[in-house]
Design a protein around this ligand. Structure first.
Ligand code: PMP
Length: 418
């Protein structure tokens, strides 16, 4: 016959390996989710915005909802100049580049966006990545190589951890915001080794800021370079809105500032700015920059327009801070436990004892027309359940009042305040 003999080696027999479902490791998570949804609550991770009517309001399940869980800190998403810049770039350059920055994906708007970043930050160099996640991935994995050390805060964002895993350096963690622990761990490393200390201006879960002057002094004492992620500080910290590092007066000692367009800038993309004289070589060696497509021209054009407007946004900054302080004081007065003693940033975290109360509060708020972020482990440190509120410069005084009224009603209904 024409039948091909099956070689003994691949014939399935008694000693064949059992087929193993690679999804079985997710079974506990699937079961936990199913149990939660069986109680009748909405899925906090499956919210759909049916229409977005302004930087602060959307229609969710047919209901007008105030948005208090976006990172639209400066409310730039509906700015007419930003939208016009995006539309013009769509007309002039098409919908996308279909290529990497290094080969066929650098258009005039990408260079203009990097110029806008250099103007905003007052630096010699600026490099745009396709997301902030990739900016951290690329910068950290490329800067710190074999034999070098990365020293990072234990509560660092996932993109910072992933940047460590992508590279070949040794990774050392220090206790969140502890200057003493940073000093101790740096002191144990070989003196001559290359060292990169990675910090964040604002930590996004609790909204607390880093003691940058003390940390910078310690890092410099041990001969380390410093990268500061200002994702949640750009736009409203410092005289020019550059971030916490500007506000705290340590700009001259920070080697690399990483940021994102997905928060105050109001679109998507990431970047790194620096004055390092050899910075431009990164365009050739940084894999998350080289091996991915560049952002659509319309996106970088909106980013450039937004960044240039953020240079003259003192009134917006002042209103955002007023909103943040008022919400913090109001929630505290109502009896909620908050992530920080005072309003340290535009993020205010309401701490709840368990998942049940957190989801109960989250749903009660949504039913009244308020969307906040539910955050749970592993995104949150130390097994905490948070309702994360992030304010916008475009939230009106009236909206902040409505927000407090809704928190009071939901808190009483769920029983987390008296
Ligand atoms: N760094 C920090 C501290 C962040 O919080 C985030 C996003 N939440 C990022 C980086 C990644 O930014 P992007 O959304 O642009 O990928």
């Amino acid at each position: 016959t024409d039948a091909v003999e099956t070689p003994d080696a691949v014939r399935l027999g008694d000693d064949a390996a059992p087929s193993r479902d690679l999804f079985s490791k997710f079974d506990p998570l699937i079961a936990e989710r199913e149990a939660l949804l069986a109680t009748g609550v909405r899925d906090p991770f499956a919210i759909v915005m049916e229409r977005v009517t302004s930087p602060t309001e959307a229609i969710i399940q047919g209901r007008r909802t105030i948005l208090l869980g976006t990172y639209n800190y400066m409310g730039m998403t509906f700015d007419p100049d930003v939208i016009a810049a995006g539309k013009a770039a769509l007309d002039d350059f098409g919908s996308g580049t279909t290529g990497s920055r290094v080969l066929n994906g650098t258009y005039d708007p990408h260079k203009d966006c990097e110029a806008a970043l250099r103007e905003f930050y007052g630096t010699e160099h600026a490099m745009v990545f396709s997301t902030g996640y990739q900016a951290n991935l690329g910068m950290i994995s490329t800067l710190a190589g074999k034999g070098d050390y990365i020293i990072l805060d234990a509560d660092s964002h996932a993109s910072i951890y992933d940047g460590c895993w992508l590279g070949n350096a040794e990774v050392v963690r220090f206790r969140h915001n502890s200057v003493e622990d940073l000093d101790k761990r740096l002191g144990r490393l070989p003196k001559e080794a290359g060292k990169l200390v990675v910090l964040e201006g604002v930590y996004s879960m609790f909204g607390d800021v880093a003691p940058l002057p003390e940390m910078v002094a310690v890092a410099k004492k041990h001969g380390a370079m410093i990268l500061c992620d200002e994702a949640h500080g750009m736009g409203f910290f410092g005289a020019n809105g550059r971030g916490v590092y500007e506000e705290m007066g340590v700009a001259d000692d920070i080697d690399f500032v990483v940021g994102t367009f997905s928060k105050s800038v109001g679109t998507v993309g990431g970047f790194c700015v620096s004055n390092h004289p050899k910075f431009e070589v990164l365009r050739l060696v940084c894999r998350p920059y080289v091996f991915t497509a560049s952002l659509p021209p319309s996106v970088v054009a909106t980013a450039a327009a937004s960044i240039r407007k953020l240079m003259h946004a003192a009134d917006k900054r002042a209103h955002l801070w007023k909103n943040s302080r008022r919400l913090h004081a109001g929630l505290r007065e109502l009896g909620f436990k908050l992530g920080t003693e005072t309003a340290q940033s535009a993020i205010i975290a309401v701490i709840l004892p368990d998942q049940e109360q957190a989801v109960g509060m989250w749903q009660a708020l949504l039913e009244q027309g308020l969307y906040v972020n539910m955050a749970r482990p592993p995104a949150t440190p130390a097994g905490t359940f948070l309702l994360r509120c992030s304010l916008c410069a475009e939230h009106s005084d009236k909206q902040v009042g409505e927000i407090l009224t809704m928190f009071a009603a939901a808190g009483q209904a769920v029983g987390c305040i008296g």
